[in-house]
Design a binder for this molecule. Structure first.
Ligand code: PMV
Length: 367
């Protein structure tokens, strides 16, 4: 059963008669995001089991340009370059995605596409790039759709469709098409929230969280032994799935109040609780698995001791992997950078540390 938005987009797609044509190039930069309340487990077509909330980053982003030629006489063709080189593994994933979304973008059936993409962060840093990549691709496809229909208008509807399309590539990607604090998933706490697309958080956010910092400590850059897709799937039969859904909804309500009140201590409490709960779910899956590295644990302990000793509001979160995201307000950046340099960097693979912060969201650029 398609959802409400899914039907909207399908019916929009069906109105594309006679077949459109055109050629040109579009380009978008889309940032990664870091989840504060984690999405873990899905149902039906990439819909989340629980609502999640993330901060969109600023410097960690994917830059994607897409040259297109659409003509009723063409059949689908894809050239894909990553960092200027062919990358068969990525191409295959993008190809499969484009075939899956044909009903939403019928012009693709008659399109020759040349995608050229690169990330601002090193490919080997183990930083998840699927959110920024699928965000950028979805935005580019929405731009082409508008161009060939002559309806160029980068408005709310444009971003809503981009979020919907990004979600079909990678769930968390739907949050990357907006800047700042972003919510994905139905919750009574936010009018307009949806499982099908993300929305920017409408609750006012306290200035304490302006330009919030996020330093990524790269503990291990190797591919994960268990993918996020496999991890989500294990939630289908997880003994604690029901409790997790309740926990995530409770934490979401709390974090919205905390963001509004500027309660940094409360923020860190939920932030770390969510990170450890995510990994506890992995460990208690059947089969259980561990993505943490011994250095992840040392870093967590060191951050907690530093916070106890200094009283500074610095905390950590984790993705589905061993790397640690350190979050802190801009006002204490000097002290935390020094702390990272002196006490945490030594636990990172080749000393790789990426300093980022909450950003404004994607940007299109001229090519
Ligand atoms: O979007 P996916 O399928 O790669 O899953 C992302 C899951 C987490 O990063 C662990 C949590 C989240 O909400 O981003």
């Amino acid at each position: 059963m398609p959802g409400i938005l899914e039907k909207n987009y399908l019916s929009h797609a069906e109105q594309t008669n006679p077949a459109p044509h055109g050629e040109g190039q579009v380009a978008w930069e889309c940032p990664a995001n870091i989840a504060i309340i984690k999405y873990w487990g899905k149902k039906l077509l990439q819909l989340p089991l629980n609502p999640s909330l993330s901060f969109t980053l600023s410097k960690s982003k994917t830059r994607l340009s897409l040259a297109y030629a659409v003509d009723p006489g063409y059949s689908f063709d894809l050239d894909f370059r990553f960092d200027g080189k062919a990358f068969p593994e990525f191409r295959q994933r993008i190809h499969a995605y484009l075939q899956r979304v044909l009903d939403f973008f019928p012009f693709l059936k008659h399109a020759h596409l040349a995608i050229s993409t690169s990330n601002s962060f090193p490919h080997s840093a183990g930083v998840a790039s699927s959110a920024s990549s699928f965000g950028a691709l979805a935005l580019a496809l929405c731009s082409i759709e508008q161009k060939i229909h002559g309806t160029e208008n980068i408005d709310t509807g444009f971003f809503r469709k981009a979020s919907f399309m990004a979600r079909l590539g990678s769930g968390s990607a739907c949050r990357s098409v907006y800047g700042g604090a972003v919510l994905w998933g139905c919750t009574q706490r936010c009018a307009g929230s949806s499982d099908e697309t993300a929305i920017p958080v409408s609750t006012p956010i306290h200035p304490e969280f302006n330009n919030f910092r996020n330093t990524i400590l790269v503990v291990n850059s190797k591919a994960k032994p268990v993918s996020s897709s496999a991890g989500h799937e294990l939630m289908d039969i997880h003994p604690y799935a029901e409790a997790r859904i309740i926990q995530a909804n409770t934490n979401l309500g709390l974090i919205l109040d905390i963001l509004n009140a500027g309660d940094l201590i409360g923020f860190i409490d939920i932030l770390e609780h969510e990170a450890l709960s995510l990994h506890a779910l992995m460990m208690s899956s059947n089969p259980g698995y561990i993505l943490l590295h011994p250095n992840t644990i040392v870093i967590i302990d060191t951050i907690r001791s530093y916070r106890r000793d200094t009283g500074l509001p610095v905390g950590f979160t984790l993705d589905a992997g061993p790397n640690v995201h350190v979050l802190y307000p801009a006002a204490i950046e000097g002290s935390i950078r020094l702390f990272i340099e002196e006490h945490l960097k030594k636990y990172c693979e080749n000393g790789i540390v990426i300093h980022d912060q909450v950003g404004e969201g994607p940007e299109w650029f001229e090519v």
